[in-house]
Design a protein around this ligand. Sequence first.
Ligand code: CLR
Length: 460
Amino acid sequence: MCLTVCMQCLPVPMFSRNDFSIWSVLKNSIGKELSKITMPVVFNEPLSFLQRMVEYMEYAHLIKEASSKEDPVERLQYICAFAVSALASNWDRLGKPFNPLLGETYELERTEYRVICEQVSHHPPISAFHADSEDFIFHGSIHPKLKFWGKSVEIQPKGTVTVELPKWGEAYTWTNVNCCVHNIIVGKLWIEQYGTLEIVNSVTGHKAVLTFKPAGWFSKDLHRVEGFIMDKNKKKLHFLYGKWTDFLRVTDFVSYEGYFKENAHKFRSANDSKGPSSNSDSPSQTPKKVLAKLNSLKVGPFKSQTSISEPDDSGPVEPGGSDIPKCDSTYSIDIPNSTTLWEATPRPANAAEYYQFTLFAMSLNEMEPGMEKKICPTDCRLRPDIKKLENGDLDGAAAEKTRLEEQQRDARKARKGKKGSGEWKPRWFCQGTNPHTGQEDWLYTGGYWDRNYGPDPQIF
Ligand code: CLR
């Protein structure tokens, strides 16, 4: 146990979730959106979703690296590395971040950049962020959309993110790939990210198309990412490959072609990348096997809520499909003339006891001396429920969480009652058109770092 706040661990280890059934809670949440799902705090991690979003920034040095390159193709390579690295912290992270309260903010100042986030909408939940530094601006908004598939939950992080490199007058935009949390009924939870991520350089027309592969049979492609960088005429210039949990490399197209001819078997995939590994498990097809397992399931304090009826139509049982993330793919691709663009920092040795946090995640609640007075009173570092969970007080955290959610509901009702100016208006962002995509987005209105906050709004 750490007595002082340090970067290496949190104040106390997490509680075991073994005695709790996530399904007994989630089955009542089917069809609900993320901000309406209430789960016992034991399933939470001591971070707000705003902080989880800031984890995109862990490898922000890659954007600086991109900006330092003279060649637009090399710039795009590093932007790709950044986009992939931004997802690395999700590996094995199965705690649910706290739903941000409307108007909640989070700031992070590091030597290389600073970032401000705000929860700009509660229903639907939308979180906006804006990071700036000497070399880049990185901004966007995320509206996580949930889809229940029976055994799994699919999460679509709707919204676009934009990196701007002022030195080159360039903007790069993309939408993050979907992710799927498997085995919510029974078994070990695991996370998969799959789909296509397209990054476009708005000025030169260069484009990267990266495919996040579904794990596939025998988990051959677990975590794998592959794709190409193309010029504006769609000519393939470079091949990128790696794992979103681990690394990204690049090689020129000629070396790739030569290697591909000799090792074609390594690239052939049993699945295409459109869906998660188990996209056949729609609710009406819940396999009998799963239900049988369910009946023998040990459930914790929520047993009374568990009443599962047999569906009329039991679908096919998957052939060794996606229930278990067997093991990481072990075959290696080592293409001649490759350069490593990014490599993940290993998790701390004690990560399993601390929500599988990376060192970066562990530092996100840190309060340096004097910081309480400096930060905005809506900063989630000041949220009592998150603090209590971090300190191991589960009951206290649950009570505070309920209090805050009730307070938020009352405030909403009070606003509705008022005529005219009753609508909530975000403080640091406004809705507008992203000039680089032409689409609706949330844009930073400025002024946060002047630090003239005043006492309102009081949301905690
Ligand atoms: C994944 C990367 C995306 C942004 C994003 C949005 C929602 C996040 C998700 C990420 C990771 C997994 C997540 C999810 C919200 C809830 C879910 C944190 C960061 C956790 C694992 C809760 C699971 C509990 C359910 C089974 C409801 O770009």
